[in-house]
Design a protein around this ligand. Structure first.
Ligand code: ATP
Ligand code: MG
Length: 209
């Protein structure tokens, strides 16, 4: 099974890297692919370009052989929806099964994603905790039909299941890093030194937030 971690990664930080590693270990994934989004024109734009966000991912994952930077959404002319990305991955790796890793904050928004129900024909979802977001509210009933209790139950199916793992998530966000840098403070120890070096060299996140 291959893990997928989609996001803006503006910039990548230890919160992303820890959930990727912890899920890879828990599920014995052969790979986790980091897929930076191309943000649609009507949404708030990332402060770093696609190329810069990709370069930061590449430097952050260096030395972890299971981690791969996948730039397929950045290479698209238009906004690529997750459903299309998953379809392309199925074509490229026809015999794989997929574990889409997602934080609780993003998972709670899943029903607003383009063709969200079709996603369950293409992948499993592995939900991890995110400080400040709880899954135990009444808004969570929509995913009960997809929910499994254990990894053993998940692997009985090739797609379409939701496994909530007991992984807390670090209290780190890209917003927090951007705010620190814009205030002239250091984001060191929240992201790999290689990423912080790149941010300084390219003078990213210095002004606008
Ligand atoms: P921003 O503050 O700009 O929204 P972010 O830190 O939330 O950035 P994203 O690129 O939006 O990072 O997140 C991509 C994916 O990683 C989402 O599924 C999100 O839930 C998850 N994620 C990011 N940071 C964490 C964290 N600290 N703990 C758990 N999940 C996280
Ligand atoms: Mg986010």
């Amino acid at each position: 099974m291959i893990g997928l971690l989609g996001g803006t990664f503006d910039p990548i930080h230890f919160g992303h890297l820890r959930i990727a590693l912890e899920v890879a270990d828990a599920l014995d994934l052969e790979q986790v692919r980091f897929i930076p989004n191309r943000v649609p024109p009507h949404r708030r734009q990332p402060l770093a370009s696609g190329a810069e966000r990709l370069a930061m991912i590449q430097s952050a994952i260096q030395g972890e052989p299971r981690f791969v930077a996948d730039d397929r959404e950045l290479r698209q002319e238009q906004t690529s929806y997750t459903v299309h990305t998953l379809q392309a991955l199925h074509q490229e790796f026809p015999h794989q099964s997929w574990a889409f890793i997602i934080g609780a904050d993003a998972f709670l928004q899943l029903t607003s994603w383009y063709e969200w129900q079709t996603l369950f024909d293409l992948t499993h979802f592995i939900v991890v905790g995110r400080p400040g977001y709880a899954l135990t509210t009444s808004e969570t009933t929509w995913f009960q039909p997809y929910l499994v209790d254990s990894l053993a139950d998940l692997t009985k199916h090739t797609v379409g299941k939701v496994l909530v793992l007991n992984i807390q998530g670090l209290d780190i966000s890209a917003t927090q890093l951007r705010n620190l840098i814009a205030r002239g403070q250091s984001p060191r120890y929240l992201t790999p030194d290689a990423v912080w070096s790149m941010i300084q060299t390219q003078q990213l996140y210095k002004s606008k937030v």
